[in-house]
Design a protein around this ligand. Structure first.
Ligand code: NAD
Length: 434
């Protein structure tokens, strides 16, 4: 019988001492279901389950007012079976080892699914970046980078931006590593273009999600023109997804961010909303739209794009959703029980693994360009990212699995398992100790 690796893996205990909850519990449940379906040997399941390395670092941060607080940072390298571990760095209040572990696992499956030569990792600091000054964020980033520097590197583990971090954060990381003796722009991706960043990276995740949304919508027999779309989250991912969907002819009828939700059934202009937000206003105060209480995803629409946080599609939201298609631009937005409800109601979900893969594909191309000392044009990189997404999409959409998430996860898990098998990792782990 296949063991339940989330709770009693005989090879190694779970990364956390208490039962996992939230994103990690959902990830375990999905992993358990797929590995049981694939009937993988027990040792393979356990090896796939275990993280290569999980670290917690304590970061004393001197504040501008003279006080000091100690913040907790994490880096989890879940797998290096297919190449250097790869994954973003999240600065967000409440980030913990469970979340980071779940997101690292998701990165392992995502890089494998898109056939990139990377494993999976994730990092984070439990902090509220909006409450820190630029000097404090810079200092915190330097301390975090120095704490994890012995564990990362362009051939080992390559961080990138995520919620609460950006190209500026990556620039500080590259500089700090160089000052500590590791002068290598490929140590992180998502850098400013001037410092070796790719020209398409900032837009890649959102544009990629819009592209996959169009492919999936057409697969379901529709045309994108005038299709009603809502986007939850108007940050790095959501803003580019909304802009691209509008450019492709969709009607963006609802947008939201932490400040609230705005709607216009006739269609919002995401570029005008972006100008409003970048000029220092709250999205919710945008003048040419109605304000709405509650989730933007429950507005009457055809495609709903969660692009904010994990777990925003709860059972209640799933019940109130009008869309026929959900495209997960965020990581882990759909709670598994809510996904079951969506499935029962005939709503199709394009999973995060597929939908937001444009970000890590673009990061891969940045890493390639850094190693080759090349700088491609934005158009060239955009074409390569969308080609790779198309390649993944066609494999997922063609497979005879009940849902696209199961298909994608199953393809990814089999690829990582095969890599471990070929490299002798499974045999070595089974060898008697001592
Ligand atoms: P971000 O910090 O740039 O944006 C997050 C957005 O969500 C902000 O607009 C914020 O106001 C909004 N938000 C927060 N709470 C909300 C709420 N309750 N309701 C509505 N909106 C809310 O982060 P991002 O980089 O755009 O990441 C968004 C998601 O996409 C995350 O799940 C992240 O892991 C995932 N992702 C990001 C990338 C990337 O390249 N940045 C790549 C893959 C996946």
């Amino acid at each position: 019988m296949t063991p339940d690796p989330g709770t009693d893996c005989p090879v190694m205990p779970a990364a956390t001492s208490t039962a996992p909850h939230g994103l990690l519990a959902w990830e375990h449940a999905r992993f358990d279901r797929i590995t049981a379906d694939l009937a993988l040997p027990e040792a393979t399941v356990c090896a796939l389950h275990c993280a290569t390395r999980s670290v917690t670092v304590e970061l004393p941060l001197p504040h501008d007012d003279g006080s000091t607080t100690v913040l907790l940072g994490y880096r989890v390298q879940h797998s290096d079976a297919l190449g250097p571990a790869k994954g973003g760095t999240r600065y967000r209040q409440g980030v913990n080892l469970d979340d980071v572990t779940a997101l690292a696992r998701l990165m392992t499956w995502k890089t494998a699914l898109h056939q990139l030569p990377f494993g999976g990792a994730k990092g984070g600091i439990d902090c509220d970046p909006a409450a820190l000054s630029a000097r404090e964020r810079h200092e915190l980033t330097r301390r975090y980078l120095l704490a994890i520097l012995p564990l990362i590197g362009s051939q080992v583990d390559v961080p990138a931006p995520d919620i609460g971090t950006d190209a500026q954060t990556m620039a500080w990381m590259v500089r700090t590593a160089a000052e500590a003796g590791v002068a290598d722009p490929a140590i992180v991706t998502g850098k400013p273009v001037l410092l070796g960043g790719s020209r398409f990276r900032a837009a890649a995740t959102g544009v990629g999600a819009a592209h996959v949304a169009q492919r999936a919508w057409e697969h379901l027999g529709h045309r994108l023109k005038d299709t009603r779309v809502t986007v939850e989250g108007f940050g790095a991912v959501g803003s580019h997804a909304a802009l691209e969907l509008a450019d492709r002819g969709a009607r963006v009828v609802g947008l939201s961010d932490i400040s609230g939700t705005i709607t216009d059934p006739a269609g919002l202009d995401p570029r005008a909303v972006q100008d409003w937000v970048t000029s220092g206003h709250d999205l919710a105060s945008y003048p040419d739209a109605d304000r709405l209480e509650g989730s933007v995803l429950t507005l009457p629409c055809d495609i709903a794009v969660p692009a904010a946080l994990e777990g925003t599609i709860t059972d209640e939201v799933a019940e109130g959703l009008h869309a026929q298609l959900v495209v997960e631009a965020a990581n882990g937005p759909t709670v598994p029980t809510a996904e079951a409800r969506l499935h029962d109601r005939g709503v199709t979900v394009v999973p995060d693994l597929v939908a937001n893969g444009g970000g890590v594909i673009s990061s891969y191309f940045e890493w390639v360009q850094n190693h080759q000392r090349l700088a491609w044009t934005e158009a060239d990189e955009r074409r390569r990212v969308l080609d790779r997404l198309d390649h993944t999409w066609e494999r997922v959409a063609a497979a005879p699995f009940p849902t696209w998430r199961d298909t994608a996860l199953s393809m990814a898990i089999r690829r990582v398992a095969r890599a471990m098998e070929l490299s002798g990792e499974l045999t070595a782990r089974q060898a008697p100790v001592g």
